[in-house]
Design a protein around this ligand. Structure first.
Ligand SMILES: [Zn+2]
Length: 85
């Protein structure tokens, strides 16, 4: 005799995926994670940040765009220096 039953839920594992998109270049990352808080920590470790500038607030931004923003910010800061002569 053969009895067939529904697959055993005890042997199943739910895997949640985190999807993050750079607000600047639309670069995407996917990885496993079961909470947004843990995902945010992992993204931070990978170099992702949000940012604020005098005229702009940026959402989740990839490490490449963050480096570009740092360079732009340095250039702007040096342009704002007033020479005393
Ligand atoms: Zn980006």
């Amino acid at each position: 005799m053969l009895i067939l039953n529904q697959p055993d839920t005890g042997d199943l594992e739910v895997i949640t995926q985190v999807h993050c998109v750079c607000c600047n270049c639309t670069n995407e990352v996917f990885f496993e994670g079961n909470s947004k808080e843990i995902a945010a920590i992992k993204l931070e470790q990978l170099g992702w940040r949000t940012y604020e500038r005098t005229d702009e607030i940026g959402g989740n931004t990839c490490p490449t765009c963050i480096e570009d923003l740092k360079e732009i910010s340095l250039e702007e800061d040096s342009e704002q220096e007033t020479p005393y002569d």
